[in-house]
Design a protein around this ligand. Structure first.
Ligand SMILES: Nc1ncnc2c1ncn2[C@@H]1O[C@H](COP(=O)(O)OP(=O)(O)OP(=O)(O)O)[C@@H](O)[C@H]1O
Length: 683
C-alpha cells in the first residue's frame, strides 16, 4: 500500500470545490461519465491503430446506485490506468497550474473545474469518499485501488480486478443522498449524457405489468450515440430531423425549418438549428438551444454566447472549441465563441436564402411564423440585418408577399407623395380597419398587414433606415390626405362658421375613451361626410410605451382621435344650414353683445396703446378685465346652446356614430343606442 499527499499544495482546493460549486453540483455525474466515455473512445482508437489486438468485448458504461452502501458507481471498460498513471493523472497532473489560478480566481471556481482537468475531482462535491478501482489495458497490468476522503491524503493499493477498465465509486455524503434515487439519476443522465457517443446503461428497461412498473431483462440505455447532428446531412431525411427535434423537445409542435451546421474550418462546429413554431410567448422561453462540446452537454443558457436572436431558436450546437464548465463571463469573452456565433449568423442567413430562392412558395407559407425571428434578428443584430434584408417579406392585406424591392416597385408610382416620400400604408387589424382599407384600395393604394408583436418596433426601424419611406396606418388620416400629391384645398367655411359648427360636432362624441379634436376639411362631395382618424405619431408613441416601460409618459396619455368633418358633403352643408336657421335667433343677441364688448375693448386698447404698462390707469385695466370676463361667459353660453343643439340633431348623431363604428370605437351602450336610433330612422 502507498499513501501520499495529492499533488502540489492543494489544501485550498477541496473546500472550494465543495463550497463554490454547490449551486451546480449536478455536473459531477457528467464529469465522471464523460471521463469513462473518453477512456472508452481512447481504447477504440488504440484498437483501430492495431495497438490492441484482442477483442474489445462489451464497452458499455454502467451507472449503478446502491442505496444500502450509499454509493453511486460509474464503471467503464475503457483503457483503465496503471499505478503510475493514477499517480500521474489523478495525483499530480490534475493540479498543475491550478494553484496559481486558484489564487487569482477564488470567486470563480467554476472556471477552474474542467479548464484544468479537475473534472474528476468534482466527485468530491457530493462525496465523503471516492474510490477508483482500475485495471489498465496494458498486458499484465496490476489492478489498483485509489481511495481518498476529500483531503489531500490518499491511499493506493494493489487489488484483484478481473476486467479491464475503471470503476469510480462515490460514497455520497449525507446531504447528497438524493443522487441514489432512480429519478434523480435518470434526470441527470438525461440532461447531460443523452447524446454521448458510448452507450450508457442505468438499470433495466421497465414495463407495465399487473398495475405497476417492473424491470425487464433488457438494459436501459440512456443515450443516443449517433444523434442527428453528428451525421452527414446527406444521410438524413426530413423525418430524421423531425424525430431528432422531438427527441430534444418531446412536447413541441413540428418546427418550421432546420439548418444543419457542419463546419471543420477554421473551427469545428456541428449542430442543427430549428426555427420553432411558436404559438405563444411562454413557449419561447421554455425550449432552448443546447450547447454541447463533443456530445457532452454544456449548457442551455446561451444568452451572451450566441447572438440574441438565436436564443429564440431551438436545437443543438456542438463545438469542441466551446470550453466545458467555464463561467458565463469567460464564454462571452472567448474569441472562439465569438467567431462561432458570427459564423452561425452567416450560416443561418445563407440557409434561409437558399430556401427562399429555391422554394419561395414554401417559404411564403411559413413566413407568418418565421417573421418574428427574422424581425428580432434584424432589430437586434446589425450583421444579421445587413444579410437578411433580401429575404424579408412584406405581406399585404390580400395575403400576397413581397420583398422590399418588389414592394417598392409595386407602389412607387401611385404612392409617392408631393415631397417624394414613398408612403407605405398598413393595417394592424384587417377586420377592425376594414372600411379604411377598402377606401385606400379604392384609390388604388396597396395596404400592408402589420399585425405582429414586433411590428411597431419594426416599422420604426424601417423608417430610420430608409428616410424616404413613410409608414402610415390606414386610419392615420382621411384617405384623400394620406398620400398628399398637391397642397390640399382649404375648406370654404369661414372661421366663424367653423367655430359655430365645432361644438355641434364635438358634443355627441364619447368622453370616456380618449380625446377628440374636430377639424374641417374640403374633401369633395363624394367623400364620406365624417371620418375618425388617429394620428400616426401619437398612436405609435403609445404603442412603443406599452412595449417599453421607460416611456411611461406616453403610455399614461389617453388615445387621441380627430373627427374630420367634410365640409363639401351635402349632409354637412344641411347641418350648417339647419343650425343657422334654428339657432340664429338665439345666437344673434349673444353675437351682437360679444361684438359690442370687443368694440369697447378695441377702443380702450387704442386709447392706451402708447402707454407703458404701469402708466395705464387702474380703472381701464379693471374694465378690460370685466369685458373679457363677459365675452368669455357669452362664448360659453353660445357653446352650451350649440352643444345642446348638436346633441339633439339626429343627422349629426348618426354621422358621428357611423364614423365611430367604422373605427371600431362604437361599443356597449353607445352601440345599443345607435341601433335603436337606426331602427327609428327606418320607421
Ligand atoms: N474512467 C477513467 N478511465 C481512465 N482514465 C481516467 C478515467 N477518469 C479519469 N482518468 C484519467 O484521469 C485524468 C484526469 O481526469 P479529469 O477528469 O480530472 O481531467 P480530464 O479528463 O483530463 O479533463 P476534463 O475532465 O476537464 O476533460 C484524465 O485525463 C484521465 O487520464
Amino acid at each position: 500500500m502507498t499513501t501520499g499527499k495529492i499533488g502540489v499544495s492543494t489544501k485550498d482546493l477541496f473546500p472550494i470545490i465543495k463550497k463554490f460549486l454547490y449551486s451546480d453540483h449536478d455536473i459531477f455525474l457528467r464529469e465522471i461519465v464523460s471521463n469513462a466515455v473518453d477512456a472508452t473512445q481512447k481504447l477504440k482508437v488504440l484498437a483501430s491503430t492495431g495497438e490492441i489486438k484482442e477483442e474489445l468485448g462489451d464497452l458499455k458504461i454502467r451507472v449503478k446506485a446502491d442505496k444500502e452502501a450509499g454509493t453511486l458507481t460509474v464503471s467503464d471498460h475503457g483503457i483503465g490506468m496503471t499505478r503510475e498513471e493514477v499517480e500521474k493523472y489523478i495525483n499530480q497532473i490534475a493540479f498543475s497550474g491550478a494553484e496559481e489560478f486558484l489564487e487569482k480566481h477564488k470567486d470563480d471556481a467554476a472556471t477552474i473545474i474542467g479548464h484544468f482537468g479537475l473534472g474528476f475531482y468534482s466527485a468530491f462535491m457530493v462525496s465523503d469518499k471516492v474510490e477508483i478501482v482500475t485495471k489498465s489495458y496494458k498486458e499484465g497490468a496490476q489492478a489498483v485501488k485509489w481511495t481518498c476522503s476529500g483531503d489531500p491524503e490518499y491511499t493506493l493499493d494493489d487489488i484483484e480486478k478481473a476486467e479491464r477498465g475503471t470503476d469510480i465509486i462515490m460514497h455520497l455524503n449525507a446531504d447528497e443522498k438524493e443522487f441514489l434515487e432512480d429519478n434523480k439519476v435518470n434526470e441527470l443522465l438525461n440532461k447531460y449524457c443523452k447524446f454521448l457517443p458510448v452507450e450508457i446503461i442505468f438499470g433495466k428497461k421497465k414495463e407495465w405489468k399487473d398495475g405497476k412498473y417492473v424491470d425487464t431483462e433488457e438494459d436501459n440505455v440512456i443515450n443516443d450515440i449517433n444523434p442527428a447532428w453528428t451525421r452527414k446531412p446527406s444521410d438524413l431525411k426530413e423525418e430524421d430531423y423531425l424525430k431528432f427535434y422531438h427527441q430534444l423537445y418531446p412536447m413541441a409542435e413540428d418546427p418550421l425549418f432546420h439548418i444543419h451546421l457542419n463546419v471543420d474550418y477554421p473551427f469545428n462546429l456541428t449542430g442543427i438549428l430549428y426555427f420553432p413554431k411558436i404559438n405563444n410567448k411562454f413557449e419561447i422561453q421554455k425550449n432552448k438551444i443546447q450547447l454541447y462540446s463533443n456530445q457532452v452537454y454544456v449548457t442551455d443558457s446561451v444568452e451572451g454566447i450566441v447572438p440574441e436572436y438565436l436564443t429564440l431558436l431551438h436545437g443543438v450546437i456542438d463545438s469542441p472549441d466551446i470550453p466545458l464548465n467555464v463561467s458565463r463571463s469567460y464564454l462571452q469573452s472567448d474569441r472562439n465563441v465569438k467567431k462561432i456565433s458570427n459564423h452561425i449568423t452567416k450560416k443561418v442567413v445563407d440557409s434561409l436564402s437558399d430556401i427562399f430562392k429555391n422554394t419561395r412558395e414554401e417559404y411564403e407559407k411559413k413566413w407568418d411564423d418565421l417573421k418574428i425571428f427574422i424581425q428580432y434578428g434584424i432589430l437586434t443584430d446589425e450583421k444579421f440585418a445587413e444579410r437578411a434584408k433580401d429575404i424579408y417579406l412584406l405581406k399585404n392585406t390580400d395575403g400576397k408577399y413581397f420583398t422590399f424591392e418588389e414592394y417598392d416597385n409595386l407602389i412607387q408610382a401611385n404612392q409617392t407623395d408631393k415631397d417624394k416620400n414613398i408612403v407605405c400604408l398598413y393595417a394592424t387589424d384587417a377586420t377592425e380597419q376594414y372600411s379604411y382599407i377598402e377606401k385606400a384600395k379604392a384609390k388604388g393604394y396597396d395596404v400592408l398587414l402589420m399585425d405582429g408583436q414586433l411590428d411597431t418596433h419594426f416599422i420604426n426601424h424601417l423608417e430610420q433606415k430608409n428616410s424616404d419611406h413613410k409608414y402610415l396606418r390606414v386610419d392615420a388620416d382621411v384617405v384623400e390626405k394620406l398620400i398628399p400629391k398637391e397642397e390640399a384645398r382649404q375648406s370654404d367655411l369661414s372661421e366663424e362658421e367653423q367655430n359655430n359648427l365645432r361644438p355641434v360636432f364635438s358634443s355627441p362624441l364619447p368622453k370616456d375613451n380618449g380625446m377628440f379634436l374636430v377639424s374641417f376639411e374640403a374633401l369633395g362631395e363624394d367623400s364620406d361626410p365624417v371620418v375618425v382618424t388617429r394620428s400616426e405619431f401619437m398612436r405609435r408613441m403609445k404603442e412603443m410605451a406599452a412595449l417599453n416601460p421607460g416611456m411611461g409618459f406616453y403610455g399614461a396619455m389617453g388615445d387621441q382621435y380627430t373627427l374630420v368633418v367634410n365640409t363639401d358633403h351635402k349632409l354637412v352643408k344641411d347641418v350648417l344650414a339647419d343650425e343657422k336657421k334654428t339657432m340664429n335667433a338665439k345666437l344673434e343677441p349673444l353675437d351682437f353683445e360679444i361684438k359690442e364688448m370687443e368694440g369697447k375693448k378695441t377702443e380702450l386698447n387704442e386709447l392706451n396703446k402708447d402707454k407703458k404698462e404701469e402708466e395705464i390707469p387702474q380703472v381701464d385695466k379693471d374694465r378690460l378685465k370685466e369685458y373679457d370676463e363677459k365675452i368669455n361667459t357669452m362664448r360659453q353660453q353660445k357653446e352650451t346652446l350649440l352643444a345642446e343643439y348638436g346633441k339633439e340633431n339626429k343627422i349629426v348623431g348618426q354621422l358621428i356614430d357611423l364614423a365611430l363604428l367604422a373605427n371600431g370605437l362604437l361599443k356597449g351602450e353607445a352601440l345599443n343606442k345607435f341601433v335603436k336610433r337606426s331602427v327609428e330612422l327606418i320607421k
